[in-house]
Design a binder for this molecule. Structure first.
Ligand code: SAM
Length: 239
């Protein structure tokens, strides 16, 4: 159900792991008289298991993480929220369900299909309509490193599995700075992401007067194949 509505994140990742793993297992089996076969078989098995874990995270795990985050944030029902890199709305719709008008959550994205399968503004809008949250939501097409919003506009800024897609360090810094710029003083920013940028985000928080209130790893529900590709939460309050 989640997959049908919200798609698969980084769809190539589980595919590459699965195909590579199966290939190594077959190759290892065919060469079973060879010594190096143990390495190939172990690596192949790890890749197949990794594909399964990545699928678990994208189909179930990340939704558990979102539910935990929503509980922690305890968002005011009338809040103005921004979800950066909202994709097809997996987190955005959960936030919207906490709100009542004039509370609103705005989602911004470039809708890149290599980052989420069948990504698109139409697909996201259909989800908002189907889940009856269209009256509390708005979708904007734009780059998260150049947000088309005023300073101090939002009470809460959320983002999930989006910032790491910006590969250049400086540009990623800029995206975090932008998220902080549009946040009201006293407002909360929560970043869920994967990759190895947790310290970078915390450095940007500190340089931009955001007090870090939480920084933690998110465990197996955020593994994109294994612990080497885990997820984390960095949360802060703008001073
Ligand atoms: C892995 S998806 C996650 C989507 C959603 N937050 C979720 O958790 O289901 C990453 C999203 O970031 C978006 N994205 C990547 N680079 C972006 C950029 N520079 N500006 C805006 N969105 C971007 C992609 O289009 C994609 O929708």
């Amino acid at each position: 159900m989640n997959v049908k509505r919200f798609g698969i994140d980084a769809p190539l990742l589980p595919l590459v792991y699965l195909v590579g793993g199966v290939w190594l297992l077959i190759y290892g089996y065919l060469n079973r008289m060879n010594y190096s076969v143990v390495v190939e078989m172990v690596l192949g098995a790890m890749m197949v298991i990794g594909a399964g874990i990545a699928l678990h995270t994208t189909m179930r795990g990340k939704y558990r993480l979102f539910d935990q985050l929503i509980q922690q944030l305890a968002i005011d029902p009338h809040a103005q929220v921004l979800d950066v890199g909202c994709g097809r709305g997996a987190l955005l719709t959960r936030v919207a369900q906490q709100l009542v008008k004039p509370g609103k959550v705005t989602g911004i994205d470039l809708w890149r299909s290599r980052d989420q399968s069948n990504n698109g503004v139409k697909q996201a809008q259909r989800n908002l309509d189907d889940l009856n949250v269209a009256d509390r939501t708005e979708l904007v097409t734009g780059d998260m490193a150049e947000l088309p919003f005023d300073d101090n506009q939002f009470d809460v800024v959320t983002t999930s599995f989006a910032f790491h897609n910006i590969k250049r360090f400086k540009r990623r810094n800029q995206a975090v700075e932008e998220a902080i710029r549009v946040l009201k003083p006293g407002g909360t920013i929560a970043i869920i992401d994967t990759g190895h940028c947790s310290m970078q985000y915390q450095d940007v928080f500190l340089a931009n007067h955001v007090q870090i209130t939480e920084s933690k790893k998110l465990g197996i529900n955020g593994w994109w194949s294994g612990p080497w590709m885990g997820s984390y939460l960095v949360r802060g309050v703008k001073q």
